[in-house]
Design a protein around this ligand. Structure first.
Ligand SMILES: [Mn+2]
Length: 331
């Protein structure tokens, strides 16, 4: 689907679209997080309420911690399915599902400003803290019954994409929608403990190793953390375990750019970038072929670790110069 033919649609148009068809495949992004899963499942439960069939396809294994809402869904034959993608900013992020579904997404529901407009129709609200905020409004528009599990899925997406309501993407609307979700039995404290305050012994061990890799650049305004394949093997941590590692990089005093480099192949590295104003993580990652939000973005780069470090540091430097936060070069 070329950029030109992607049509922006309203909540009302999206609701009508959902009523029109019967069988849906809902796609999430690879390395699934609480928001892509929460919005996919909320949509799934909503579609079931209005008598539709739907299957959720996730490119990677869904971590067990989401099992309080992530159940087994219907099986839909892809020939007759209407394909929807949620929280997926770019077809590349469909990972293992990309080859089967590229060019076939009819509706994308997203909140990434970097959305590459690959779908036929796009319901985008870049001011929404999470795709789950948009999904809540869509379910209200559809006038479907929201049950406790749907509310838990939505709450999970909003809580995880806002770092438990701490990030700059939180708005009054975020809180108003969340307040509505408290009408249901969501056990918010339990969800937050599971999402934010619980880690495995092996992850704690990995975090200790990662902290030892810390490098500071540009007058300590940038921290760089590295997670090598060797560390992952030694500790037994894998993809989903690493989801929360990037958060460490934004907790250091004075740091405006937190870079976490995770090795995903012999010469392939996935970068998670966290920034504070005036830096723009989305712009930095986009310059390297990735994307995301202003405060949190990512990109996958091939090459040796040294090459990858140089590329991301140079992109961070460019953004620092552009935004005038850093005047003197130390590199
Ligand atoms: Mn999201």
């Amino acid at each position: 689907m070329s950029e030109k033919t992607c049509k922006d649609i309203t909540l009302g148009a999206a609701a009508r679209f959902l009523k029109r068809n019967d069988d849906y495949i809902i796609l999430t992004h690879a390395s699934p997080d609480g928001d892509t899963l929460g919005s996919a499942y909320a949509l799934y439960y909503g579609l079931k309420e209005i008598g539709k069939s739907a299957e959720i396809l996730c490119p990677d294994l869904i971590p067990a911690k989401y099992s309080y809402f992530a159940v087994k869904t219907d099986h839909i034959k892809s020939e007759k399915a209407t394909v929807i993608a949620v929280d997926v900013a770019d077809e590349k992020l469909l990972g293992a599902l990309k080859d089967s579904f590229a060019g076939k997404v009819k509706l994308c529901i997203d909140h990434h400003i970097s959305n590459t407009r690959y779908a036929e129709k796009l319901l985008l609200d870049s001011k929404a803290s999470a795709a789950c905020e948009i999904m809540y409004e869509l379910l209200v528009k559809l006038k479907v019954n929201i049950n406790d599990v749907t509310a838990k899925a939505l709450y999970t997406g909003i809580a995880t994409d806002t770092g438990c309501f701490k990030f700059s993407n939180v708005t009054a609307k975020t809180h108003l929608i969340t307040a509505e979700l408290f009408d249901y039995n969501i056990d918010a404290a339990d969800i937050n403990r599971l999402m934010f305050d619980t880690k495995s012994k092996k992850l704690l061990q990995l975090e200790r190793m990662v902290l030892d890799t810390a490098e500071y650049h540009f007058d300590d305004k940038c921290i760089l953390l590295t997670v090598t394949e060797e560390m992952q093997e030694k500790t037994g941590c894998s993809g989903p375990d690493l989801e929360g590692i990037a958060i460490i990089s934004r907790s250091v005093e004075g740091v405006l750019a937190g870079v976490t480099i995770k090795q995903t192949g012999k010469e392939e590295f996935k970068i998670s970038l966290r920034t504070f104003e005036p830096l723009d993580a989305s712009e930095i990652c986009r310059s390297l072929g990735g994307g995301g939000h202003k405060g949190a973005a990512g990109v996958t780069i091939s090459g040796t670790l040294d090459m990858v470090k140089e590329k991301i540091l140079s992109a961070v430097k460019t953004n620092m110069e552009k935004t005038n936060v850093w005047a003197s070069a130390d590199k």
